[in-house]
Design a protein around this ligand. Structure first.
Ligand code: NAP
Length: 273
C-alpha cells in the first residue's frame, strides 16, 4: 500500500488528490493520497508525524522553501531552484525533488524558446522553478518584472547560460520585445481574480507574435485580454498536471506513458468542473 499526501495551507482548492488517485488506479497500484492542511504555527511539530505515515508527499504553498530544512537528501534541481514540491520517504531517508521544473518544461514543449526573449512576471517560488527551467531551454534574454526591486535585486536564482535582468513593471520598452510573457504572480486568482499583472495598454503593446502564459490554471483576465488582442495564450493546467505526473513517477518508479497522462488529465478536469 503506497501512502501519499499533500502538505500545504490552505488546501481546499487542491485537485491533486483526484489526479493522483486516478494515476494510482491507472498503474494498478493500491494506495492513498491524503490532504494535510497544516497551519504555519503547527508545521514543525506535525511534519515528523506526517513523514512517519507516508511514502511520498507533495508540498505546496507556503511550504516549498520551508521544507528544505527537514530533508536529508536533495535532488540537484532542488539546490538550483531553492524549493521542493515533492518528497520521497524511504527507509528513513527524506529526499526532496522539484517537479514544477518538469511540469513547466513539458508545458512549453511546443514552443521553440532557444534564442528568444522571455518576460517573467513575479519572482517568488514558482518563478524560481520557471527561471531554472527556462535557463535549460536556452532563451537569449530573460527579463523578470517585480513590484519591489530591492527585495529581488541580487536575489534571483543563479543562471549562467542566459542573460537575466530585473525590471519594475513600468519598463514598457523591454516588455515590447518579449516573445513569451509568463505570469508567475497570483494576480488573477482567488481574491485577486479581477486583477492583471500587466495593464491593458501593456498587453496592447506586446508583439503580435507574443505568447501569454499564466501559471494560474484557469482562464484569467490576463489570458482573456491577451486573446482579445489576438495573442496565443496558455493556462497553468498542463504544468499542474505534469508536475503531478512526474511526482508519481518519482514515488512509484514507473515510466510516464500517454495513458497515465490521459488518466490524470481527465481526473483533473473532472475535479475542476
Ligand atoms: P509566491 O512565492 O508567493 O510568489 C508570488 C510572486 O508574485 C512574488 O514575486 C510576489 O511579489 C508577486 N506578487 C504577489 N502579489 C502581487 C501583486 N498584487 N502585484 C504584483 N506582484 C505580486 O507564490 P508562487 O508559489 O510563486 O505562486 C505564484 C502563482 O503561480 C500562484 O498563482 C500559483 O497558484 C501559481 N503556480 C502554478 C503552478 C502550476 O503548476 N500551474 C505551480 C506553482 C505555482 P512580492 O514578493 O513583492 O510579494
Amino acid at each position: 500500500m503506497l501512502k501519499l499526501g499533500i502538505l500545504g495551507h490552505p488546501l481546499s482548492h487542491s485537485r491533486s488528490p483526484e489526479m493522483q488517485a486516478a494515476g494510482l488506479k491507472y498503474l494498478g497500484i493500491e494506495g492513498s493520497y491524503e490532504k494535510f492542511d497544516v497551519a504555519i504555527e503547527d508545521f514543525a511539530d506535525t511534519l515528523q508525524t506526517i513523514f512517519s505515515k507516508l511514502g511520498g508527499l507533495n508540498v505546496t504553498i507556503p511550504y516549498k522553501e520551508k521544507i528544505l530544512n527537514y530533508l536529508n537528501m536533495r535532488d540537484k534541481l532542488v539546490d538550483r531552484i531553492g524549493a521542493a514540491n515533492t518528497v520521497m520517504i524511504s527507509e528513513g531517508m527524506i529526499k526532496g525533488y522539484n517537479t514544477d521544473y518538469y511540469g513547466f518544461i513539458d508545458s512549453v514543449s511546443q514552443l521553440k524558446l532557444k534564442g528568444k526573449n522571455i518576460a517573467v512576471l513575479g519572482a517568488g517560488g514558482a518563478a524560481r522553478a520557471v527561471l531554472i527551467a527556462l535557463e535549460d531551454l536556452e532563451p537569449e534574454q530573460i527579463n523578470v518584472y517585480v513590484r519591489n526591486f530591492q527585495k529581488y535585486d541580487g536575489n534571483l536564482p543563479a543562471v549562467s547560460k542566459t542573460n537575466i535582468s530585473l525590471h519594475l513593471y513600468d519598463d514598457n520598452s523591454s516588455l515590447a520585445e518579449a516573445d513569451l510573457v509568463i505570469n508567475c504572480t497570483p494576480m488573477g486568482q482567488g481574491r485577486l481574480d479581477d486583477e492583471m499583472p500587466l495593464s491593458s495598454p501593456q498587453i496592447e503593446g506586446l508583439k503580435d507574435t507574443a505568447v501569454v502564459y499564466d501559471l494560474i490554471y484557469s482562464d484569467t483576465r490576463l489570458l482573456k485580454t491577451a486573446r482579445n488582442r489576438g495573442l496565443k495564450t496558455i493556462d497553468g493546467s498542463n504544468m499542474l498536471i505534469m508536475q503531478g505526473v512526474h511526482s508519481l513517477r518519482i514515488w512509484t518508479g514507473k515510466p510516464i506513458t500517454d495513458g497515465l497522462v490521459e488518466a490524470m488529465t481527465a481526473a483533473f478536469y473532472a475535479a475542476i468542473t
